[in-house]
Design a binder for this molecule. Structure first.
Ligand code: MN
Ligand code: MN
Ligand code: ZN
Length: 283
């Protein structure tokens, strides 16, 4: 099983593999820079090289990146839109230097301009990013969202629309966030509800596009459209929902990434619940 968590980069990248291993993780997610800033100073290449060496040494199978929350590829305002595109190009370069293959981001918020406007805006932005970026070894990865405010990506159809319209769909992948899809209204707890959700994902997007799962419980109810993560087993998705997810063979090779409250300090608690779910199945 590939299991990771979002890790802090405040002490640089090189210490992450050892910390991940000590927690019991074999994958990781990072921000490529201070996520509250648009542009930051170049990466320290000594730190980057040590990160790669340590990834091998401590058995980190894959690291993915999460883009800055400032980015809004659906922004109606041209200045913000162009800044967002530039920032993504900048982050693609950092991912490539770090040998991170996937840059995950929230598709964008239309800010009242309507969903069609927003979706087309995102398509145009992705085309521009791919055109402007010299990086070929990093894929843009759309995350499913809870649909808070005017955020797009809370329906599988939204992601499908974007993938179908971009010029080079091979450069675009998908990350499924369990908290977000549940808050967006996709059932995960009952066997039937779970199957319906995953069949819909298969039909609208397809598991072949899926490169990561953000494994989070939800502090808010089904369909609340509110994005509040909870620790595994302690939210509305609960143990039953995670049993469905964790035992689903379709996720066998996909990295699960924890983004639960408490971060690195409390991931061991999430891992204990995950372990209990597996053991419960064996008994
Ligand atoms: Mn996210
Ligand atoms: Mn997420
Ligand atoms: Zn979230």
């Amino acid at each position: 099983m590939k299991i990771g968590g979002h890790m802090s980069i405040s002490g640089g990248f090189s210490g992450i593999p050892e910390r991940a291993k000590s927690i019991g993780l074999n994958c990781a997610q990072v921000f490529t820079k201070n996520q509250r800033q648009w542009i930051s100073k170049p990466l320290n290449m000594d730190d980057v090289i040590l990160f790669q060496e340590n990834s091998k040494k401590y058995g980190l199978l894959i690291t993915v990146a999460h883009a800055s929350y400032l980015v809004n590829l659906a922004a109606p305002d041209n200045e913000n839109w162009e800044k967002s595109i530039k920032s993504m190009v900048h982050e693609m370069e950092r991912c490539s230097q770090l040998k991170i293959p996937y840059l995950i981001f929230h598709p964008g918020a239309h800010m009242g301009k309507g969903e069609d406007f927003g979706l087309n805006r995102i398509v145009d932005a992705i085309d521009k990013i791919i055109e402007l970026s010299e990086v070929k070894d990093v894929n843009i990865t759309l995350e499913t969202t809870a649909g808070q405010g005017t955020n797009l990506g809370y329906k599988f159809e939204h992601l499908n629309y974007i993938i179908e319209k971009v010029s080079d769909e091979k450069r675009v992948n998908v990350c499924m966030d369990t908290c977000h899809i549940f808050a967006a209204g996709y059932e995960l707890r009952s066997e039937k509800g779970y199957e319906n959700t995953m069949n819909e994902f298969q039909n609208k997007i397809g598991f072949e596009k899926l490169v990561a799962v953000h494994l989070n419980d939800s502090e808010k109810a089904l369909g609340s459209r509110v994005d509040r993560h909870a620790q595994i087993g302690y939210g509305y998705i609960g143990r039953q929902g995670f049993k469905n997810i964790l035992l689903d063979k379709r996720f066998q090779d996909v990295p699960f990434i924890l983004e639960t409250p408490g971060g690195e300090e409390l991931y061991p608690q999430d891992l204990n619940v995950i372990k209990e779910i597996f053991e419960g199945e064996i008994l």
